[in-house]
Design a binder for this molecule. Structure first.
Ligand code: GUN
Length: 302
């Protein structure tokens, strides 16, 4: 039996492009009256995947008229040096958003860096203040990947209220904030949420209960067809680079979901690439514009 794969796809690339166009229009209006929103992107070390993400983030800034500063630091950078860089960006009023690409080299305590970024410039939404606001049902900056997932569910009319959502992965980048958003009263929430992780017993039994299954593990094809309920909506957050001698570059990107098998069972699924990834970037652009707008409002209110 042939199935219509195309009809099941949640197209993040197309949705993100539409959002970037909306952001570009809002940026244009803002620039006319005030100044250009500006994002600082800091990357430490030479992890190829991180460089590829950062490149896409800087490109997206260009596409929607947001200024960017791209700071590349060597893998040997000390925590003290990176904290000083963050202090400099916090104090620079022409910078509205700061993003330090994760993960960081082992000599740097990630949490120290996250907590040093001014909550007003924390376009990643990882600072405990912004995380706390989300947990308190009063979101301010919301992490980009979970926000992008909610936006996709919304734009594709995927009902969440009363549904069972299972998120595999408990990171602060995806799993935890997404669980808060999906269980929130109102909005695109009201789901019954389970977070599964590496210590979950009988993971397949848990994931098979999911009306909405989110895979944010960071391992290629770990979600197999037997772990998915017939008719489920599957969101694949994974972007794993695997070697493929038949590919032009010698590698290709695959998700956490065994797409070819899982697509047979589901009602909706995000592809990799072209699913969640572009949405993360679109939400980052939105957050950067918001940061510039809030900074301007604070000036106007002085
Ligand atoms: N590494 C993977 N995803 C992200 C993200 O959304 N923000 C940052 N800063 N680092 C990441």
């Amino acid at each position: 039996m042939t199935i219509n794969v195309e009809g099941k796809l949640i197209n993040g690339k197309e949705t993100a492009a539409a959002i970037l166009r909306e952001v570009a229009q809002d940026v244009e209006r803002f620039v006319k009256e005030y100044e250009q929103p500006r994002l600082a992107v800091v990357i430490v070390g030479d992890d190829p995947a991180s460089h590829s993400y950062v490149h896409s983030k800087v490109k997206a800034c260009e596409r929607c008229g947001i200024g960017s500063i791209h700071i590349e630091l060597p893998a040997s950078t000390s925590e003290e040096e990176l904290l000083e860089r963050v202090d400099g960006l916090n104090g620079d009023s022409s910078v509205h958003g700061i993003l330090v690409q994760l993960p960081l080299p082992p000599q740097i305590d990630q949490q120290h860096i996250i907590e040093r970024i001014s909550p007003d410039k924390d376009v990643d939404g990882f600072h405990p203040y912004n995380m706390g606001r989300l947990a308190a049902d009063k979101p301010r900056f919301v992490p980009c990947t979970p926000q992008g997932i909610i936006e996709l569910l919304d734009r594709y009319d995927v009902e969440t209220a009363g549904k069972r959502a299972v998120i595999v992965g408990r990171s602060i980048i995806v799993g935890k904030p997404l669980a808060l958003l999906l269980s929130m009263k109102g909005g695109h929430g009201n789901a019954t949420v389970t977070i599964a992780h590496s210590k979950t017993v009988d993971l397949a039994a848990v994931t098979r209960e999911a009306d909405i299954l989110v895979a944010a593990v960071g391992q290629p094809k770990v979600i197999t067809a037997d772990m998915v309920m017939e008719g489920a909506v599957v969101i694949d957050v994974g972007t794993n680079r695997i070697t493929d001698p038949s590919a032009k570059k010698g590698y290709r990107w695959v998700g956490d979901v065994d797409f070819d098998a899982v697509v047979q069972k589901v009602s909706r699924i995000t592809p990799v690439p072209g699913g969640v990834g572009p949405m993360t970037i679109a939400m980052l652009m939105k957050n950067t514009l918001t940061a510039a707008q809030w900074a301007q409002r604070a000036i106007d209110e002085q």
